[in-house]
Ligand binder design. Structure first.
Ligand code: NAD
Ligand code: IPM
Ligand code: MN
Length: 367
């Protein structure tokens, strides 16, 4: 169920240096507002591809509620094998009220994160000019941080189970799995990122209660930070919520476990303009396969089909994707276009967003 889509972009075959740069990108629109927001992101990628002289071949994969309800398939192995060979994946959102919770979330999204070894979930939060954050008393410059969320372990690893189901003694366990190697590679990525930013790295955990996992995280993070020559700060996750609201300037790069990162990134989104504009990259930093880029938000069934979904998070995720693919100028172009549209008052509808972004991209290029 793959459709060969159009090939976008410009490459002058006679350019000195030979063939144009070309990327094959899988488009997984998914459920709810996923198709609506990723359609806009695709338009933007196509526009910057032309301008920056590379070619994008899109391959659309219909995965999600519709396919599951029609066929029972969530992520067929044959599709996964195709995805392994692709340059990058742009995903909308998964999850539907018509499908039991977890079927698509675990079976599609978490399976992709595990199978493709996407061990970092990069979630930047930046308050852009003209955008109202949830807390108005902070200058915009104080809200510019990145959450590096461990993305394959912790409570998401799938360990646990239910016994005595349906009896008074039914018991359910979810176990948090933390490996030395898994924590280390995640913190290493975060320390490298901090070194390229403002040099501040904060471990967020709950070492005062989760003493087993917390001890592993703390020792590992300290060793990695010493090796990277970066001081390590620490906050318990409950206090981190307070500081993010009260004193966000203290954060530059936050490194944290899977579930804490999930929760903190919605808070980060609220502080910097809302879920609609928050991007994320599920990264395979070792580049042994493709990385997956998706907005932080879900399928938003409450607004799906109304034409009111904000596509900025999807577009900024596409910008992260282009940066990862080695097209930093095109990525910066997209990022700046989103800022320009936000700065002049965000449109109310998805299609107005699309028009405004196309205009902003043209204006920036001085065309
Ligand atoms: P959600 O992110 O879909 O929506 C939360 C709220 O934010 C809703 O009121 C929604 O209307 C609003 N919202 C989200 N994105 C928006 C956008 N782009 N523009 C305007 N408003 C937006 O979270 P939820 O309601 O908790 O979950 C809905 C479904 O999505 C569930 O099935 C859940 O499992 C799934 N989900 C998927 C992902 C993902 O695919 N990465 C992430 C989160 C939730
Ligand atoms: C996210 C989502 C997912 C997560 C769900 C849908 C599995 O909330 O990407 O933030 O918990 O990671
Ligand atoms: Mn989430």
């Amino acid at each position: 169920m793959t459709t060969e889509d159009h090939v976008a972009g410009a490459g002058d075959p006679d350019l000195p240096g030979g063939r144009p740069r070309a990327y094959t990108i899988a488009h997984l629109p998914g459920d709810g507002i996923g198709p609506e927001v990723t359609a806009v992101a695709r338009d933007c990628v196509d526009a910057v591809a032309v301008r920056h002289g590379f070619v994008v071949e899109w391959r659309t994969y219909t995965l999600g509620a519709e396919r599951y309800l029609a066929t029972g398939e969530v992520l067929p192995d044959a599709v996964l094998d195709e995805l392994r060979k692709i340059d990058a994946v742009l995903l909308g959102a998964v999850g539907s009220p018509e499908v039991p919770p977890g079927v698509l979330e675990r079976g599609l999204l978490l399976r992709l994160r595990a199978e493709l070894d996407l061990y970092v979930n990069l979630r930047p939060s930046k308050l852009r000019p003209g955008v109202a954050g949830a807390v108005t008393r902070h200058p915009a410059a104080d809200l510019d941080f990145v959450i590096v969320r461990e993305n394959t372990e912790g409570l998401y690893a799938g360990a646990g189970g239910t016994v005595h189901r349906g009896t008074a003694f039914e018991s359910a366990t979810e176990e948090s799995l933390n490996t030395r190697a898994g924590v280390e590679r995640c913190v290493r990525y975060a320390a490298g990122l901090a070194a390229r930013r403002r040099g501040r790295l904060t471990l967020v955990h709950k070492t005062n209660v989760l003493t087993h996992a917390g001890d592993l995280w703390r020792r590992t993070a300290e060793e990695v930070a010493v090796g990277a020559g970066i001081p390590l700060e620490y906050a318990h996750v409950d206090a981190a919520c307070l500081y993010l609201v009260d004193d966000p300037a203290r954060f530059d790069v936050i490194v944290t476990d899977n579930l804490f990162g999930d929760i903190l990134s919605d808070l980060g989104a609220a502080l910097t303009g809302g879920l609609g504009i928050a991007p994320s990259g599920n990264l395979n930093p070792d580049r042994t396969g493709p990385s997956v880029f998706e907005p932080v938000h879900g399928s938003a069934p409450d607004i799906a089909g109304t034409g009111r979904a904000n596509p900025a998070g999807a577009v900024l995720s596409a910008a992260l994707m282009l940066d990862h693919l080695g097209e930093p100028e095109a990525a910066a172009n997209l990022d700046a276009a989103v800022s320009a549209v936000l700065g002049s008052g965000a449109p109310d509808t998805t299609s107005d967003w699309d028009d405004a972004l196309q205009e902003a991209l043209v204006e920036e290029a001085g065309v």
